[in-house]
Write a protein that binds this ligand. Sequence first.
Ligand code: NAP
Length: 315
Amino acid sequence: MADDIKQVVIIGSGPAACTAAIYCARAQLSPIMVMGYEEGGQLVTTPEVGNWPGITGEPSGFDVMQNILNHTKELGVERIYDVVESVDFSDESCKKLYLSGGKKVLTTKAVIIATGARARYLGIDSEAQFKGRGVSACATCDGLFFRNKEVAVIGGGSVAFIEGLFLANLCSKVYLIHRREGFRAEQILVDRVNEKVAEGKMELILNATVKEYVGSELLSGIVLDVKGERRELPVNGVFVAIGHQPATEIFKGQIDLDEKGYIVTSNALPPVTQTSCPGVFAAGDCAFPYYHQAVVAAGSGCKAALDAEHYILGI
Ligand code: NAP
């Protein structure tokens, strides 16, 4: 029935989704957010946020995200705590989103996809065996289990460095293992890690790849290849911080994705967040692989909301 068709449904609950919801609500579009499994997205597990304009003192990502979520609440945005399991965009005027194992259907004119990205793992043998038994992709979530123990962080980007610094305050020693010598991490983070190295709290192992996880029930070590030499490292925890992959599987066949699974948007002239399906827009890390910044995700959420508004109003 036409009355049941919503104006705009936003999939996700991170900075991109919330910003889209704020703009849509203020444009009187009565947006609905489908929140997903983990309210708030990746920012929730960020130990500190030092680059959100206007917020000083490096609050936790959780606190920043609570403020953003509260903003959507104050504007009366309807929130559905469920997961979109499949979509059907074949009817442009009535796009369908299937929730609750397909038992519930939302119909809508416009969709804003802001499903974000998930942590990547190494994909080596025995990784699955030790996930949750010593191998993790989130120091904020699992770091406390390794208080006063030796751990390793894998990766040379900003996330690996932030995770390493966080763990250096909890653990007896943190090895930062990177596959080459150059880092992608911001220089300020490299400087801070070097201070920890000088204090003996951290050690850098460069030109190194993890070959194997070892242990019985729980992880007790890893085997490395360091410049062709085998090295065993006795660690109780390994934090994999090698980037993310977009959470876009459910859109395969409905809209264009690139070879890595990122949603393809028009990206040049407005509507820049337009996907290959008219009225379906994408914002944040599911579509824009380069910057991976919460503030960039929020900015693209704003663009998606404006694009959706113009689509609905036909302007
Ligand atoms: P990233 O910058 O892409 O770094 C990923 C790291 O993992 C790289 O060092 C990469 O090595 C390594 N890597 C990738 N695949 C690997 C594999 N199979 N085995 C071993 N190592 C592998 O990702 P990120 O650290 O998750 O950061 C994502 C984005 O968020 C970046 O743009 C970053 O600047 C941004 N960020 C910024 C802040 C901040 O405070 N400003 C905080 C967090 C994140 P190579 O270098 O050799 O490719």
